[in-house]
Design a protein around this ligand. Structure first.
Ligand SMILES: Cc1cc2nc3c(=O)[nH]c(=O)nc-3n(C[C@H](O)[C@H](O)[C@H](O)COP(=O)(O)O)c2cc1C
Length: 196
């Protein structure tokens, strides 16, 4: 574990100005303001990852970078758009790559890590069901979804202004609260580890 908590963000779409990516970055920035080192894997990096293939052990530089960052992570922020009622293939492909850590001695998957979750969709139904699906995925990876999950409905909410600042106070509040929960959980995990 590094001196500063390391929080890894994974999320976004290939769309310029992706609201999913901007939300993940906003949460990472709040974690950074609370003392975290952060690493972001956004739409461009996710698009460059080959399809995860369990039968092919070769890895690209991009795949290695993501797995290395995940191994050094104390916490995560995962953001996805709601695509056809669930997590996008781009984001799920990156998550599937964490299978590379399944036999690690130090830590498997996201075991014990707080994980902030964000969904951006064009309706409340996809926002809700996608957030729920993402929580189930994180449980499968032994991560701890924070109590605050963030769902943004881009049809009725305008999350960012033209300068890229959060334009909606309820979203800003949720971003601050989720970042606080991630950082509090990291501190708690560290204290418990030191006590053992
Ligand atoms: C292939 C595709 C499927 C989508 N499916 C849904 C959906 O099922 N429900 C919904 O509310 N929005 C859906 N959307 C809209 C996106 O979730 C929405 O525009 C989201 O805010 C995009 O995130 P971004 O700003 O990060 O690109 C879909 C968009 C695309 C391109």
């Amino acid at each position: 574990m590094t001196e500063y908590p390391h929080i890894v963000g994974i999320g976004g779409t290939t769309r310029p100005g992706s609201s999913t990516e901007m939300l993940v970055r906003a949460i990472l920035a709040e974690c950074g303001a609370r003392g975290a080192e952060t690493t972001m894997f956004a739409g461009a990096e996710l698009l460059a990852l080959p399809h995860y293939n369990p039968g092919d052990p070769t890895r690209t530089d991009g795949q290695r970078a993501l797995v290395d960052a995940a191994r050094r992570a104390d916490g995560f922020v995962i953001g996805t758009p709601g695509y056809h009622g669930s997590v996008s293939a781009l984001v799920k492909n990156a998550i599937d790559l964490l299978e590379d850590t399944r036999t690690d001695d130090a830590r498997v998957y996201m075991d014990g890590c707080p994980v902030g979750l964000v969904v951006s969709a064009a309706g409340w139904q996809a926002t809700g069901v996608t957030l729920s699906a993402l929580r189930d995925i994180i449980h499968a990876l032994r991560g701890w979804p924070t109590p605050i999950g963030i769902g943004v409905n881009t049809i009725v909410q305008r999350p960012f202004d033209d300068e890229g600042r959060i334009a909606d106070e309820s979203i800003a509040g949720a971003v601050r609260m989720q970042a606080g929960q991630i950082m509090d959980h990291v501190s708690g995990t560290r204290m418990r580890k030191q006590a053992v």
